[in-house]
Design a protein around this ligand. Sequence first.
Ligand code: ADP
Ligand code: MG
Length: 611
Amino acid sequence: MSDKMSFQADVSKMLDIVVNSLYSEKQIFLRELISNASDACDKLKYLALTNPGIAKDSGQFKIRITPDAKANTLTVSDNGIGMNKDDLIKHLGTIAKSGTAEFVKNAADNGSICDLIGQFGVGFYSAFMVADKVEIITRRAGEDKAWKWVSDGCDGFEISEAERGVNGTDIKLFLKKDDANYTDTIYLRHIIRTYSDHVEYPIVLELGEAGEETVNTASALWTRHKSEITEDQYKDFYHHVSKNFDDPWLTLHFKAEGNIEYTGLLYVPSTAPYDLFQPDKKNGLKLYVNKVFISDKVEELMPGYLRFVRGVIDSADLQLNISREMLQHSALIEKIKHGTVSRLLKELKKRAKNYDDYMIFWKNFGIVLKEGIYEDFSNREEIAGLSYFYSTADKEKLTGLDDYIARAKDGQKTIYYITGDNIDVLRNNPQLEAFAEKGIEVLLMNEPIDEFWPQVLPNYKGFAIKHIAQAEDMSFERKEAKADEGSLKKLTELMSGWFKDEVGKVVTTEKLTKSPVSLKTEDGQMSLHLERLMRTHQQQTAFASTRILELNPYHPLIIKLADLTADESKRAEVEDIARLLLDEAKIAEGEAVSNPSRFNEKLSEYILKAI
Ligand code: ADP
Ligand code: MG
């Protein structure tokens, strides 16, 4: 008796993509099946820690690859955990993972689907790239019944009872006519060595009459000495643990000795993953205890701002039978995390000496690393020192805080920054004019996190970190003609009245050189950028009281406008122009004008008058 079932809609969609769009690198299906077999052995090994009876029939863990050229089939077998009926339905009929929808989306507008398969954990289905039918015989450890799962990868699958002597899984691929080369043992050996050499269980290739052969090195790479590991092996292992296909940007292999001993083999990718900002993104480290895989879900192993790090931590000092829950509150884990983070930050510091090289990293992960200034109290300064920003002093390169300090003027004890949505707009912000006049560098920051971290790091290496709105004495000598005091007063009063719903105050300033007007916030209030961020997140609209419109009394336009206030008959014209100036200030700040059609109309009207 067998049950016929359909794939969940998502699976069908994905199968469609996998089967129809993968032409190159098809051979990765084998890596995926071997990786699943290896996971299955890991799982049983882990269960056996607390329940030794469960693996008694398994013998040594092994992955067996059996090609049959006559029948044109290829079978991948393991003696790992196996699956029962529920497992089969759940794991091979549906996709529980939230990533799938994204896979389908990404695959549609992204040519390199190979890269995605591993990342999205849709590995098993890649078998259908080379097979037009897959048959699984499996028995879950500790259970008596075995099950058979059959599918052609299109119309769903069938499950029926089957026979299997011991726990484990056989995955038999009925190869497509064109894919008969996957029964060729020389080719198989080559693929296994290329993609799966690091797998820690023996991968045994059946050679028919010639017997069998263990193809991989089968030892946990991180336990070997650095000098015995080639760059290619490090790279392969990176591909294995990260499920990425890029080259690692950083490879860090170390052994910590002292009151707690552990080994780490860590990588920083050279490209950013699609889901760097997904809230449920788990950390990318696998925890082993003496080569036994424990978990890849120990959040406490890596802080959130290093969530892009991939690799393995192995410590013999942790108890083997420690429960996953206990790991979460373990002081040892805390120590390992602390030590590992220090090592990583130190390594980043070394790499930061080479600007071009470091920028590869920074462009991918800088925005995430910067979260650490906010989150990691003990490493705050180090992380700030590893952070780079746009700057008024350099149009090409990003600037580190140490670069800024090195360039600071004599007696300058403050690092100034300004925040906004867009770097080009920021560069032209009128508020920077006084700084340019005095030759003081200002860092330009355009990421939301930049509104927050300076609040927790008020100082860096003896320099205060301040938003330019908090700058104290920015006055400088002025020689130009200035508007008449009385008319200026009249103008600011009029404008305060006209614009009371949009700005809290209209004042004159000594700090502008090129622009007639500029917007700022009251000292100590949130920046206009933050105001906008809050508005989009909380749908709040009224912040008008915090904004100040500054007038430049040296600007010809303001001088003229102030003069015109004496003439009552010109009042409507003065109001029109004042409003155009307010809109100009908003645009310079990167904001929308309040009434675009009125703005356009008036602008055209006054341009026409001028020509
Ligand atoms: P992933 O390995 O990322 O979970 P896969 O598509 O490769 O995704 O596999 C889906 C699931 O099927 C696995 O998580 C596992 O539960 C189950 N599975 C696949 N192959 C085996 C196997 N050889 N033994 C036991 N379970 C397996
Ligand atoms: Mg898999």
